[in-house]
Design a protein around this ligand. Sequence first.
Ligand SMILES: [Zn+2]
Length: 191
Amino acid sequence: MNYGCYKNARNASWCCLIDYKIDKLPVKVSSIVHKSEIILLKNSNVNLLKDEESGTTLMQKGKLYIVYSDKQSVRRCRFTIAHELGHIFLGHMFQADGNGFVTTDAAEHSANVFARDLLAPACVLHELQILTAAEISMLCNISLEAATYRANRMQELEKRNAFYKHPLEREVVKQFIEFINKKKSQSQVEL
Ligand SMILES: [Zn+2]
């Protein structure tokens, strides 16, 4: 993995889905972490987070560690880990001591966009017409809060029919086609 090789957050999430051959939801963030040789640490074991923090990334002797607040729900943890992966893959700047990234609004925003687009890829939701926050939360195993953010964005994308304009997105949907077809046939049976 070439850290920081991705530029914009949306494209980065597509590259990540493609590079890690993710072809079904919910996206297994832990497998992306392990394949990238990043070490995942529960904060209850290491106690490195400040009270209000959900997660952070440490760079020590060339190794990356993601620390996450495992006291939070699994859904929150998944988003936290995806957010930290966003900082890593987007090549955000570390603090001088390697304990966490330099916090700027732009960096936090793009890490959130990366996490949202990674965990709830718009083209897959579009194909399945999974558009409400409750459904998105279930399918993608993310919090209702994160799913609401996604659902609002989906409404805009659906209105503009803004899909498949980028070759990476066309590649992502191809990768998910089996999952999409299976889900579609399941929902027909259920009727
Ligand atoms: Zn952050």
